[in-house]
Design a protein around this ligand. Structure first.
Ligand SMILES: NC(=O)c1ccc[n+]([C@@H]2O[C@H](COP(=O)([O-])OP(=O)(O)OC[C@H]3O[C@@H](n4cnc5c(N)ncnc54)[C@H](O)[C@@H]3O)[C@@H](O)[C@H]2O)c1
Length: 327
């Protein structure tokens, strides 16, 4: 069986690639233009089912011809490629990000249908929930259906929701079998640490490790449901085993953590004797969101395994080694 992971050189994709290779039953291909992905993430030696020169395509998936090429002879597409970054990039590049993600998602789906790919896995995001359902603390956990009526805060949230919608249409018309996971805030190595593109946890790790000012964006009271990357990969592996596909299922912990708590926990891990600086002139995004994970528990039999404390330790350690090695 031939599997294509789009965005496979990225954070979630490269972890998934390694887990799938352990099963030793799939030929796996990766398509990624390395916008945020890295070759070092997929530099796997001595594996008969994957080597960079034959199984990796460095292509831009906004281009339909590239999508046609990489989906040829593929049985299952696991579509993870999209423009993903921290709040600074997302709010500073709303139009181009929206256009990129719409064309990536639409072209890879159209090409998969054209090439008669049997299964298609898509990942949506909790950023797609309506702004008004994330505007207070301790909001009732959100069900999958509450993404509608739609009103995401960012063009990123819109682009990912439209991706879900388009795949659902194709699936309803019997053009392809699809599975959709809607992920909450994913963290863990390998991850982007640059000031321009990193998300909050690796960004705070970098500030601590490289002795930058420990500035937290916003009040720090904003909350997110952080899910460690290995738990996300487990959810993807379970989802892939549903050969008839399944509707949207959320993946995340059943409680949120404030950014202030994350900042304090990382400070403790770093053993540095400094104080966080809260910059309320910077955007902090939605206020709070927690998933109702009944479907994840009942349908996928998925449960969070890595606690936030353990996940932060692992991420900080990786960032420490990575940043000091590359200095
Ligand atoms: N990280 C999160 O918190 C989170 C939360 C919810 C959903 N998701 C979704 O999970 C998926 C993977 O995210 P990730 O966290 O691994 O991010 P990532 O940035 O590490 O992975 C995305 C990959 O897509 C690639 N890419 C971007 N534009 C491309 C293009 N035009 N052509 C080819 N490849 C392109 C990037 O180079 C990158 O390797 C994304 O679809 C994202 O929307 C992520």
């Amino acid at each position: 069986m031939n599997i294509l992971i789009t965005g496979g050189a990225g954070s979630i994709g490269s972890n998934l690639l390694k887990e799938l290779l352990k099963l030793n039953i799939y030929n796996i291909y990766v398509a990624d233009n390395l916008w945020r992905g890295k070759l070092e993430n997929i530099n796997i030696s001595n594996n008969k089912n994957f080597n960079i020169s034959e199984n990796f395509f460095n292509v831009d998936l906004r281009d339909y011809e590239n999508c046609l090429k990489v989906t040829s002879d593929i049985d299952h597409v696991i579509h993870l490629a999209d423009v993903v970054a921290g709040i600074n990039y997302v709010f500073g590049n709303q139009f181009s990000l929206f256009q990129s993600n719409l064309s990536i998602n639409s072209n890879i789906l159209k090409a998969s249908i054209e090439n008669k790919v049997k299964n298609f896995t898509y990942v949506g995001t909790a950023c797609s929930y309506p702004l008004e359902k994330q505007s207070e603390i301790n909001h009732t956990p959100l069900t999958e259906e509450e993404a509608y009526p739609a009103n995401p805060e960012s063009s990123y949230g819109w682009s990912k929701l439209i991706g879900e919608y388009e795949i659902e249409l194709a699936s309803k018309e019997g053009l392809i079998k699809s599975s959709i996971l809607r992920l909450h805030n994913v963290y863990g190595p390998p991850c982007e640490t640059s000031p321009e593109l990193s998300q909050v946890i690796p960004s705070l790790c970098r500030k601590l490790i490289l002795n930058e000012k420990y500035i937290i964006w916003g009040s720090g009271k904003q909350r997110r449901s952080f899910v460690y990357i290995s738990d996300v990969v487990k959810a993807l592996l379970k989802s892939i085993s549903f050969k008839e596909g399944h509707k949207v299922i959320q993946i995340g912990p059943n409680e949120s953590t404030s950014i202030m708590d994350i900042a304090e926990k990382l400070l403790k891990i770093s053993k540095k004797n400094i104080s966080p600086i809260y910059d309320i002139s910077k955007p902090e995004g939605d206020f709070d969101r927690v998933p109702n994970i009944t479907k994840a528990n009942n349908i996928l039999k998925w449960k969070q395994e890595i606690s936030i404390d353990d996940g932060l330790e692992l991420t900080y350690k990786w960032c420490f080694d990575h940043l000091l090695k590359n200095k």
